[in-house]
Design a protein around this ligand. Sequence first.
Ligand code: TEU
Length: 558
Amino acid sequence: MSLRTFFRTTIAAALLSVAGAAPAQQLINGYEPKWWKEAVVYQIYPRSFKDSSGDGIGDLPGITSKLDYLQKLGVNVIWLSPHFDSPNADNGYDIRDYRKIMTKFGTMSDFDTLLAGIKQRHMRLIIDLVVNHTSDEHRWFMESRSSKTNPYRDFYIWQSGHTAADGTRTPPNNYPSYFSGSAWTLDPKTDEYYLHYFAVKQPDLNWGNPKVREEVYSLMRFWLDKGVSGFRMDVIPLISKPTGLPDLTSEQLKNPPSAYANGPHLPEYLREMDREVLSRYDDMSVGEATGTTLAQTASLVDDRRHELNMIFNFDAIRLGRPEFGDTEIKAWSLPELKSIYDSHSRVLTKHDWDTVFLSNHDSPRIVSTFGDDSSSAMRVLSAKLFETMVLTLRGTPFLYEGDELGMTNYPFKTIADYDDIAVKNAYKAQVETGKVPAANFLAYVAKIARDNSRTPMQWDSSANAGFTTGAHPWLAVNPNYKQINAAQEETDPDSVLNYMRAMIKLRVHTPAFVYGDFEDLDPQHPHVFAYTRSLGAEKYLVVETSAQARSSMRSPTV
Ligand code: TEU
């Protein structure tokens, strides 16, 4: 080799290694850094956060009035549950117009003021994208149901079902709805069934129709162009339906969400959405992934596939929950909970990104479910323990309003105490038909009902916890608001609120808690959860212990 060739080869090799090394140098512990990986997300359920008008329903100006509170808490992304025009069959998850604000929540100018206030405080806003279904009052469905030849007919899923010799009609298949009963409703106007995985008033869109997809991409651009930073995508794995919609087997009927989710065209739809919309903005996407396994999680969020940034996998939050339709809470142990985080850390690679959450608007309160709310001392300790987990485990943490106060479940007594369509429909299907005794049903739903997390925020000890100046909040305020409220916790240095502020600060300023590796030091220990998060030379040890060795819904405490 001549000297010249040697130099040329060496320089080429050096250049190659620089080119190869360049991206690697930007990685942190093998992960591509992203703002949404470093975020602490706070979910607001607008109906319950803060009412500024006195009508008993939370609204957008109410949220704007609390932005300083959120900034002081230290969260940097706000996820707003649906704020769109809706007849509220499912509290806004049934959208009538994707480009209009729900009248009770305010106006578009209120939305713009809220968004500007969020940005001024260096926070970002993500909104709920609910596009598996619309409201039956959406213009597309009104058109669709009007005749079989209407141009919008194929925006939804229509089938004639079965007709017996005596003329009796039965649905096309045995799909149950998430909200009890069949997932099909016969529409008299055109004498065909339409599919609705959720309420009768939530018809499922037909994603096989490219015009539906174009409409969805267009509404996504509308909000991104306004300045929102991304979407939490409601039940997104359900948009691609099982091929041919065959009956569920008896095995599948034990867990219909997993049969409904992750249909054959899901990757294609998500990649198209990424290509057409998401890849063109500096945004984040987090899919709510009902019925999704850990293996499916890995493929949905693998950054080489260009589908979603993150999903909510329900493994942890559904611990102890019975199978579909059953009403018995199951005992669980600390090693079971720990094994979820352990397996996530093993299966998900540096191309994937996880979420950590134990609460949302569909779940009961953290302290009442995973902790111990039987005394004030235990409530505070368990709230701190679980929030520590959420803020130090691997993945972007998602907090739900009121978690930072250690808010608890509501003492529901009768069916009249509930607002949620899921509970009301289940009562009709299970109690009114004599299948389940009322007392058993009520005891069960009191523990798991979604309304537990939807009671109004407890701001102070004034009437209705300072949530509304009106006499009638849309859902009753928890009677414990005089002890548990933001104003009181503000003044107590040992409160959950002040602890959360410190923990969020630690999380946000400690790269090891964001990008660090996770190791469970003793996975089988029945009452200690000890793990490390390590990034290069930096290593943090987190130790949480439970006072008792019980394996139940009330096991771990500090
Ligand atoms: O939830 C879907 C979901 O998978 C569940 O958590 C569901 O709410 C529960 O099983 C019903 O009892 C999403 C939204 O988060 C929820 O609020 C909506 O009701 C639902 O989709 C329909 O949009």
